[in-house]
Design a protein around this ligand. Structure first.
Ligand code: CIR
Length: 263
């Protein structure tokens, strides 16, 4: 089945908690406005529904300020969810709270057993390969342990490196189709995407790299006109979503959903 890494029948999202004001961030930028964040989140959910998915929206978790970034807690491959032990101290309990929803929604749920840690944001999947970027959140041990799990699901796993100072591997890259990756120059220049066609994110628009190919649409964060042009000229159907509040706590488009297929 070709294209299953970007073809989805379902998605899980979580409403931002009011405590998102305490969300982790690298700098000391301003707090997101929770009400505005929720409005943007509604737009995000509506966009996924319009793109053809049945979206389950989970209740906010006040005890976990970053829980809106649901992608970091699990990896979904087709109809199987793999629960991931996250790298940030304040986020470690998110996976356990999410697990019952995964059991309800997906066909199978596996717990990754590892001494290490790994965030979903560091995992980029094509149809047959799981690419893991080692980062401040993701350890080599966890990547190795994940390799054994995904092998049983028919995937090869490649261990790569998230650039220094970049939160997650997918902060800087997105799969556009089975052969094509949208990537920043700083990530692609490492040669990690050899074998793929690379569309380089325009200089100055690096924050557009966390795009999301979802069925026939490539979603981009609002505010990156040169990226929109470039992808449209490359033949992709592009739509933009406002993610200004998520960006204040280092979040982007891919982080706010877990995408999977039951068909
Ligand atoms: C964090 O630092 O964990 C959150 N504030 C942002 C997580 C973004 N997740 C992602 O890129 N997959």
């Amino acid at each position: 089945m070709s294209g299953h890494s970007f073809t989805f029948s379902h998605a899980l999202c979580r409403i931002p908690a009011l405590s998102v004001t305490q969300g982790l961030r690298a700098g000391d930028g301003e707090n997101p406005d929770p009400d505005q964040f929720r409005k943007e989140h509604e737009r995000y959910v509506a966009a996924l529904r319009k793109a053809g998915a049945e979206v389950t929206v989970l209740e906010p978790l006040e005890g976990f300020p970053d829980s809106v970034f649901i992608e970091d807690a699990a990896l979904c491959l087709k109809g199987t969810a793999i629960c991931l032990p996250q790298g940030a101290k304040t986020r470690k309990g998110e996976t356990a709270v999410l697990r019952p929803s995964l059991v309800t929604s997906l066909i199978d749920v596996i717990d990754l057993k590892t001494e290490g840690s790994i965030d979903g944001g560091d995992i980029l999947c094509s149809d047959d390969t799981v690419m893991v970027g080692l980062s401040q959140r993701t350890t080599e041990q966890a990547a190795m342990d994940l390799k054994a799990v995904v092998r049983d699901l028919g995937y090869d796993l490649k261990i790569l490196k998230t650039p220094a100072g970049v939160l997650h591997f997918k902060t800087d890259s997105a799969l556009l189709d089975n052969e094509t990756i949208f990537s920043t120059q700083r990530l692609a220049s490492s040669g990690c995407f050899d074998g793929f066609k690379i569309i380089q994110v325009p200089e100055g628009e690096e924050a557009a790299a966390n795009a999301l190919r979802f069925n026939d649409t490539v979603f981009l964060a609002e505010g990156f006109p040169r990226s929109v042009d470039l992808l449209e000229k490359s033949g992709f159907s592009v739509a933009t979503i406002p993610v200004y509040e998520a960006a204040k706590v280092d979040g982007g488009l891919s982080c706010m959903s877990l995408r999977y297929s039951l068909s």
